[in-house]
Design a protein around this ligand. Structure first.
Ligand SMILES: *Cc1c(COP(=O)(O)O)cnc(C)c1O
Length: 353
């Protein structure tokens, strides 16, 4: 693939590495490639970061035909740049694309795009502890047309954002509201795809949870509204009497790559990890019996986020005295050590660029 590079002649001043937050800053360049029905993907290029010009009738604005991914590039302790499980993210983008009728994109081509863009903007990768360069590939439908059908033209793009810790509280346990009014996904829907519509549907619940003093919601299943699904944009785990439970991948939750990394590490350490449906009432009962030892959420942005409080039915369950559990801490340390190249990459998760 021949990627044309146009350098930004007006580079920005880089932000303070100790105050990055999440998703606030963008690098000097972006990657773009177009799709035209009958031609396929064409014109891969790196261009100065900046606004796009799109027709107001571009289909993405009206019917949300779009997909995205999120992964991170790290400055390793040996000074090299490494990506974590990038092949899995690119595979998942094509699974999402298929669900919303976006044409498949060659995974090697997407990898070349990400690699080239990061090389151009490599000075933007932060090196302060806990920081990384968040990589956001996405696809949008661009046909100027108001009828409802899959588009015939698309843009695949990649933007980069230097990030710090995801949650304001850092690794401190979060307060999560068990959502019983709104649902995120239903069987047969789009819950397993990383597509914008899922997030638009989640905003109201998040805002109402924030108003009640919680930072995120725990979603229950959309059909019976009792089975535990996931937390905001992360997957949920519960340690009960030494065993670890998480919701199975049955189409309504997102197949998190951090979820999979956590499961593989815990199994490697000898934990029994059970992917099985559990109702919120069952969890409450186990909590009452003193058997719920730890709860945590997994996702690329925060890696591991301990759940300190679960609010349900007007009552708060305070888990592990709202302290970080030993397993949550061990997972966080193990995953981040591989990401920053401090530990051996025995699962072949890292790609150097
Ligand atoms: C992205 C995402 C996750 C976490 O996936 P990772 O691959 O671990 O980042 C979980 N749930 C939802 C809804 C998500 O969008």
């Amino acid at each position: 693939m021949d990627i044309k590079i146009v350098k930004n002649s007006n580079p920005k001043v880089k932000p303070d590495q100790n105050n990055l937050g999440f998703g606030n800053y963008f690098t000097d360049h972006m990657f773009i490639m177009d799709y035209t029905k009958g031609i396929g993907w064409h014109d891969p290029r790196v261009a100065p970061y900046g606004p796009l010009e799109l027709d107001p009738s571009a289909m993405v604005f009206h019917y949300a035909q779009e997909t995205f991914e999120g992964l991170k590039a790290y400055k390793a302790v040996d000074g090299s740049i490494q990506l974590f499980r990038v092949r899995d993210n690119l595979k998942r983008l094509n699974i999402s694309n298929d669900r919303v009728c976006i044409p498949q994109i060659d995974e090697k081509m997407m990898f070349e795009a990400i690699k080239t863009l990061i090389e151009v903007d490599k000075d933007w990768i932060p090196s302060a502890p806990g920081t990384s360069l968040y990589v956001r590939p996405f696809v949008i439908a661009t046909d100027p047309y108001l009828g409802v059908r899959p588009a015939g033209t698309y843009k695949f793009m990649v933007i980069l954002s230097p990030v710090g810790a995801y949650y304001k509280e850092g690794l401190n346990p979060t307060k999560i509201y068990v959502e019983d009014k709104y649902v995120r996904a239903v069987p047969g829907g789009i819950g397993f795809a990383k597509t914008g519509g899922n997030y638009a549907a989640s905003l109201k619940a998040q805002v109402e949870a924030n108003e009640k003093g919680y930072s995120q919601v725990l979603w229950l299943d959309g059909k019976e509204r009792k089975y535990i699904e996931e937390v905001g944009t992360s997957n949920a785990f519960f340690k009960i009497e030494g065993k670890v439970y998480t919701a199975p991948l049955e189409g309504s939750i997102l197949s998190g790559i951090t979820r999979d990394s956590a499961i593989r590490l815990m199994k490697d350490w000898g934990y029994e990890v059970i992917e099985q449906r559990m109702t919120i009432q069952e969890l409450k009962d186990l909590y009452e019996e003193g058997k719920l030892e730890e709860a945590f959420a997994t996702g690329t942005a925060a890696v591991i986020s301990p759940i300190g409080t679960l609010g349900w039915n007007g009552e708060d369950m305070v888990i592990n005295e709202s302290r970080i559990g030993a397993l949550s801490q061990k997972l966080y340390d193990a995953i981040t050590s591989i990401q920053y190249g401090k530990d051996e990459d025995k699962f072949d998760w890292v790609t150097k660029i």
